[in-house]
Write a protein that binds this ligand. Sequence first.
Ligand code: 4LM
Length: 398
Amino acid sequence: MEHKYKYGFATRQIHAGHDKNTYGALCPPIYQTSTFAFGSVEEGGDRFGGAKSGFIYTRLGNPTNELLEKKIASLENGEAAAVTASGMGAISTAIWSLIKSGEHILADETLYGCTFDLIQHGLRNFGVEADMIDFSDIEKVKQSIRPNTGIVYFETPCNPTLKIIDIKEVTEAVRSIKKDIIIIVDNTFATPYLQRPLEMGVDIVVHSATKYLNGHGDVIAGAIIGSEEIISQCKKHGIKDMTGAVLSPFDAFLINRGLKTLDIRMEKHCRNAQKLAEFLHGHPAVKKVYYPGLPDFSGHETAAKQMKGFGGMISIELNADKKRTAACINALKLVAIAVSLGDAETLVEHPASMTHNAYSKEELEAAGISEGLVRISVGLEDIEDIIEAFREGLDELI
Ligand code: 4LM
């Protein structure tokens, strides 16, 4: 896909979507309103009927949210975007808007736990079939496409194992079997600064904007990016009638503010994560480090090909049983024990019992999520302090 925007990434993350409004405010105002007054009954009818453009009601559209949508669409190099009340709001809106009962979803088996739960358990109640397989096995992907497959869905890097899926390879393989499948990629871990799946042929990118896009840990939000046609369907049908997952304009304002520094935040997340991963790799208490920036990591080459940097997420397995692993994490200084990711603060969590507890024991095993796996969202603190915190904790295990 050609880059159709005039300015570079950093310029767009600051300016895109903002027309400086009537008063010339440098920072866009927050249109914190649920409804919009019409000049007349006829005008209201025209707006509802589509004969006249204009805002109606914030569930159907809002100027603050629209600004953010233009910015995110621009950063992902997409035609349009819809912002939502959460990442799950984005994922469920996209899927509900585009799948029909009797159709089939093919998804990678390593996904954020709630997405896994939605596809593996939730959608089945509505007659949507699902297969969850390992997308790094491209022959298996091809064999698993059925005549009724409507959506192909994956994350890369995957939550929480950082598995890397070759976006171009999967997209081409899927299209070689069936052209009209909608391919959705969750780009939360990478962000558009590091990776732009629409440029590699996918149809839709979804985000938990709660994470790096906002970057400050004070908002729950999501985004869907794709063609005008798809986004219009997600807005006019999905958000408006089905999920109602509309973002608060105040939260849209915060994400717009956070996005202005996305590139420099991601650069530091990547730098810090690389240094921490190298330290952990050499520590005797650590059995395995999952980080795409390590040359011996299985997805390293593909990540180097399709990403601009290796991201801020690391997972590790320790040379310790569950009890000692927990004790080690509990004792860490500076680092918060919390789910979520992409904040300024370094966070650690235990996927098997927290973010991925919707997986059964067998499903965890198939997805490569061991009982001993610990996930780290490397923050923006001084790397020496982050490393020191882990050194202190891990040295206890030797
Ligand atoms: C977590 N993740 O992993 P909302 N897509 C991905 C995610 O990691 C998440 C969502 C969507 C975590 C939350 C507790 C790849 C969430 C869902 O939480 O609905 O904004 O995003 O720690």
